[in-house]
Design a binder for this molecule. Sequence first.
Ligand SMILES: [Zn+2]
Ligand SMILES: [Zn+2]
Length: 165
Amino acid sequence: MLHDRKVYTQNWNQTHKEWRRNYNKKYSPEWKKNNREYIKNWRKHWMKKNRERYNQSQREYRLKNKEKYEKYSRERSRKLKLEVLTHYGGNPPKCTCCGETEIIFLTIDHIDGGGREHRKKVGDGSTFYRWLIKNNYPVGYQILCYNCNCGKAKNGGICPHQINK
Ligand SMILES: [Zn+2]
Ligand SMILES: [Zn+2]
């Protein structure tokens, strides 16, 4: 790559000999000395133009990589969740009540209740999973799917699945 660029520059100088000579003649140190103001203005203009271009490309970069970044953080939190779920619910983890195995449907359930208050205290989602890891996977938790979790909460602590059994 570096070598290519060197060759490229050499070739460019070869094919632009005339242009180069004129350029050097026109923009001699003498000329520069006499046109300080002009150079200053030109540079200012160039900076402004390029700053706009720079900002624009920064904006475009962020926009273009938004999806990539979101996908990356989604994958990272999925891995974290899987790690915690595997600890509490075996491999592959599944809902203790109905056997659901889709990771997205699964959540950590506080067996004795009080999950909502606790999550409010330590945080939700990835923060909660990190809290569990940091505390060496405390006992009193199990895996439930959102349906069973919600069913349990709305049914006085027992998922309707368990009553109809
Ligand atoms: Zn379930
Ligand atoms: Zn259930």
